[in-house]
Design a binder for this molecule. Sequence first.
Ligand SMILES: [Zn+2]
Length: 238
Amino acid sequence: MDLKLRWFSNAEDRLDAWVTRQHQERVLEGRTAPVGPCPDEAFLEGIAKQSKQIALSDPRVDHAANCPVCMGRMLELQSQYQAGRRRLVFTVAVGCYLLIVAAFVVVSWRGANTPHLTDNMAAIPATIDLWNAGTLRSLPSDPAQPSPLQSVSLPRALVKVTIILPRYSRPGQYTVAVTRDQTVNDPLAQGNATSIGSDDREEVSVDLDLRKSRPGSYFLSTTHEQDQASYYYPLQIK
Ligand SMILES: [Zn+2]
């Protein structure tokens, strides 16, 4: 609606209201002649609430519009009804406000108690150098003599581990796991990656989620895709 139309509509409303007030004053002062008996309270209430069940052609409407008693009662009922509606609107508004406040409190409480995703997702870089490391071969029948063990440690966190694989390691896909014992069953954490090599030195990088582990002694295992055996290195989680 443009401004001109709105102004016209407001002016019209004001004119209607003025005519209505003038008429009400005339009725209340007893300057009109109502026709027929006074209708019951329920009917006057219906008019006051502008009920759609009341037909404007009903002669009782014409009576009420011209009877000082009915007019006075209708005005009373109308103001009660409007006050009731204002209370309802107020109650609903307060209810909505409380809901918003409650939702805000819940959201901020959760926000304060939930670790931030970005904190969790930031993997801590760690490098494990196994270039000269001795290994524990998983196959007991393997004749290779294990070299002196070299323990490595990782923090209890989401770790991006870069492993410098032992000398003579083959390039390819590796599975890196953290295990409780020298079996690959039920690993604490595990990742797969293809090794990156330069000058015969192979490196493999995987993300290991150790956040749920307990501090203690574990094993870090590496398994080459074409190798039957896994290699185990003592690992401390701190
Ligand atoms: Zn009347």
